[in-house]
Design a protein around this ligand. Sequence first.
Ligand SMILES: Nc1ncnc2c1ncn2[C@@H]1O[C@H](COP(=O)(O)OP(=O)(O)O)[C@@H](O)[C@H]1O
Ligand SMILES: [Mg+2]
Length: 320
Amino acid sequence: MDVHIPPNAFSKIAQTVTLGGRNETGELQTVLFQRATGARNPKLLFGSPIAGTEETRLPCHPQPSLGNLDLNLSLGAKLGRGSSGIVFEATMAREGTSEELLSSLPPLVVKISYLGIRAGVAHDAYYYDFMQAIQGVSIPRCFGYFDAQLPTGTRLVHWTDDDVLADIDNIRTHPYTDMQYEEPTDAPEDLDFQQFDESRCFVSILVLERLGGFLPIGEPLSDSLLQDIDDLYDDLAHMRVWTSDIRYANILRAPQAPPGLPGRVCPFHKRAHEWRLVDFEHGRETNASLHWHKAFRAGWLRRILNNLPLVFYVNPDSDI
Ligand SMILES: Nc1ncnc2c1ncn2[C@@H]1O[C@H](COP(=O)(O)OP(=O)(O)O)[C@@H](O)[C@H]1O
Ligand SMILES: [Mg+2]
């Protein structure tokens, strides 16, 4: 597929995604999501000597013109959750999905924003799009960002699951607030960042390629694995993005191919990476040089990678 179609093509080609829901009286109903646009965080800009002069960012693939294909997804097992949403396995239902998508999409997941707290997933969507050139290289392929206004009382089918309801209620008591940053005083100003408009009955979803499991715990990590992880963050640096969120739960194994799509050769490291990074809710475009990116990430990565073989407290929901 990648040979002919840009990795992010389906965010333009698919216009709607449908998921199952239940109305106030418990009846099953379909929830229709429409293609939407992500929102960026303020840029993280520096003066000299941190600002880089390298021309690093790869041009994006030419985008296809907007299409009107439909994707009908059924949610499966819950794979994870974090501060911006809950991630489920998703499978395409034959009925309601355009033939072109049935024959070309890999195994998928859907990341669903918490009700009324869409900003995290909207930011995520923006950076997946911005880093389109490294989708399938060091971040998953992203097949689009969609939103829906839920009729009063409607819940997505999986929100009726007790475990998920507990997640949602838990997170509602900690509404999304963006991280606070000290902006450097000599930085050029970021004049046009987008404020995200929250409306409580809206929910957003991100459709992503399904990845594998977490880094191994309690065993030595090989030099090539350590190098691969550092290289993933180096790819982000080349794309001029700082994640602000380097953590264990955001590093996942590349999809197994087949049934997944094979990884693309990295334009910067000239080989296919075995791992991928997710979660760009707190992403920031930055003008920091590659050298400063390496310095910024070193301590965060050491904290995770040195602790894993020692089986220190490592939990997907924890800070490391
Ligand atoms: N593409 C994916 N494939 C498989 N699992 C995923 C994928 N994306 C996320 N996950 C799982 O869901 C968890 C939460 O996703 P993440 O994007 O980090 O959300 P949050 O911003 O809420 O932390 C991840 O830690 C991981 O376990
Ligand atoms: Mg996360």
